[in-house]
Ligand binder design. Structure first.
Ligand code: SAM
Length: 378
C-alpha cells in the first residue's frame, strides 16, 4: 500500500526530523510547521516509529480537505476509506484541534467526525448496530488549520519521547526527543569524550549512548499500530530485526554525566541500566565548578537550571560564571548549553560561536554553541 505519513515535530525541530526521515531512505519529504510529510508502505510506519529520535509521533494521513461548514466536514470525512484501516472491532476515539478556522468548536468537530466515520464503517461493514470498540486502538485526529481539515490516525500510541527507559525523572526533565535533538545539532561522534555536567535523570547521556551505538530508540517499547490487523506481523518483525542488526553494542563510548544532587545520580544510574547502557556511561555526584579533565576534543552538552523561579536567579548567575571559568579554558572542547536565560553569554564570559532558537516545551530558549578547536586529521 502506498500511504502518506506525518511525523510531528516540536517547533524548531522540523529540519532535524526531515533529516532523520531522509536517512531512513524516504526521498519525497515535505517540511511544514510542526510536521514532516513522507510516503511509504507499511514498513515505513514500523521503521519510522522505531528509529525517529527527534519526532513526537507518526500519524497516518487519511485525508485533507477544505471545510468551512459542519456539512462539508461531515460529507468529506464520510467519503474517506476509514474501513480500509479500522476493523469492525477497532476502538476509534476522535481528538481535535482548530487554529484560525471557521469551525472553531473542537468538541463539535470531533462529534461530527466520529459520526461520519461510524456512517462510513456501517456502510462498509453492512452493520446496523453500534460498533463494540473493544479491539486495537486507532486514535483519529481532526486538525483544522485555516479551514483545512487534516484527518489522521495515530500509529505511535504513547509519544515517541517515551523510549521505555525512564521510569523516574527529575524535577525539570528534558524530553528524550529534545535531548536527542541537542546532540544531533552537534558534530559529536562516539569516539569523542561526552560530558553532561547537569545530567538530572540522565536523559542527555543516555540518548548520546543510543546514538553512539546506533540503537533504535523504539526498540524497548510498544506502538499502537503493532496491534493493527492490516499490518502483517512479519513487517514488524523485519523492522525490529533490521534495528537489532544495525545496533553496534560493542562501540566503545566515553560518556559522563554528573550532577550536584546525589539523588539525581541514583536516578541516572537506574535509567541507564534500564536502557542497557549501565556499563557505558559513568555517573558521579559533582558540582560543575569542580569539573576538570585532561582529555581533548570533547563535547559538553547540557541543560542547566534556567533560574526561572524567583529566588533562583542569583544562584544561576553564579552557576553560569562558574561554567565559564571551567569550560572557557578547554580550548579543544566544544560546549553546548540550552537555557532561557538571555544573559547567558555575558555571565559565561564569551559570545557563542552560534545560537539557535528552540522551544523546550513551552519555554523559549536559545541553544548556545561554542565550537572547540578542530582535532588534527589522523
Ligand atoms: C534542568 S535540570 C537537568 C535535567 C536533565 N537534563 C534531565 O533530563 O533530567 C538541571 C540539573 O542541574 C543540577 N544542578 C544545579 N546546580 C548544579 C551545580 N552547581 N553543579 C552541577 N549540577 C547542578 C540540578 O540538580 C538539576 O538536576
Amino acid at each position: 500500500m502506498n500511504l502518506t505519513y506525518i511525523a510531528t515535530a516540536a517547533m524548531g525541530l522540523e529540519s532535524l526530523v526531515a533529516h532523520e526521515v531522509r536517512d531512513l531512505g524516504f526521498e519525497d519529504v515535505q517540511v511544514e510547521n510542526g510536521k514532516v510529510i513522507f510516503k511509504g508502505d507499511e514498513s515505513a510506519l514500523c521503521r519510522t516509529n522505531l528509529w525517529l529520535r527527534t519526532a513526537d509521533r507518526v500519524k497516518l494521513l487519511v485525508g485533507e480537505f477544505k471545510a468551512e461548514t459542519f456539512d462539508e466536514l461531515f460529507e468529506q470525512t464520510k467519503a474517506l476509506p476509514w474501513s480500509d484501516f479500522i476493523p469492525e472491532n477497532g476502538e476509534f476515539p476522535v481528538i481535535g484541534k482548530s487554529v484560525k478556522s471557521k469551525l472553531f468548536s473542537v468538541s463539535d468537530c470531533q462529534a461530527i467526525v466520529k459520526k461520519a466515520v461510524v456512517d462510513q464503517m456501517k456502510n462498509a461493514y453492512q452493520r446496523e448496530t453500534w460498533f463494540p470498540e473493544d479491539g486495537p486502538l486507532y486514535r483519529i485526529e481532526v486538525a483544522l488549520l485555516k479551514d483545512v481539515a487534516t484527518l489522521t490516525i495515530d500509529t505511535s500510541g504513547t509519544g515517541l519521547h517515551k523510549r521505555g527507559y525512564r521510569a523516574l525523572h527529575s524535577e525539570a526533565p528534558l524530553k528524550e526527543t529534545m535531548a536527542s535533538a541537542l546532540i544531533k545539532l552537534t558534530n559529536w561522534t562516539p569516539d569523542k569524550p561526552f560530558v553532561d555536567p547537569f545530567c538530572g535523570s540522565g536523559t542527555i547521556p543516555i540518548e548520546a549512548a543510543m546514538i553512539g551505538q546506533n540503537v533504535a530508540p523504539g526498540l524497548n517499547r510498544e506502538f499502537a499500530s503493532e496491534e493493527w490487523s492490516w499490518i502483517d506481523k512479519k513487517v514488524w518483525y523485519k523492522a525490529v530485526e533490521e534495528a537489532n542488526d544495525l545496533a553496534k553494542y560493542d562501540t566503545p563510548l566515553d560518556i559522563q554525566g554528573s550532577d550536584i544532587d546525589h539523588k539525581m545520580i541514583e536516578l541516572s544510574i537506574n535509567n541507564a541500566e534500564e536502557a542497557g547502557f549501565g556499563d557505558f556511561i559513568t555517573f558521579k555526584q559533582m558540582q560543575v565548578r569542580d569539573f576538570t579533565t585532561r582529555k581533548e576534543y570533547g563535547y559538553v552538552i547540557s541543560n542547566p537550571p534556567y533560574g526561572e523561579r524567583i529566588g533562583d536567579k542569583e544562584e544561576v548567575k553564579q552557576l553560569y560564571r562558574d561554567m565559564g571559568n571551567v569550560f572557557r579554558q578547554l580550548e579543544t572542547w566544544s560546549v553546548y548549553v540550552i537555557t532561557s536565560n538571555e544573559q547567558f553569554e555575558q555571565l559565561y564570559g564569551k559570545p557563542a560561536t552560534k545560537k539557535r532558537k528552540l522551544y523546550n516545551g513551552h519555554i523559549k530558549t536559545d541553544y548556545y554553541q561554542y565550537f572547540g578547536k578542530r582535532a588534527p586529521r589522523s
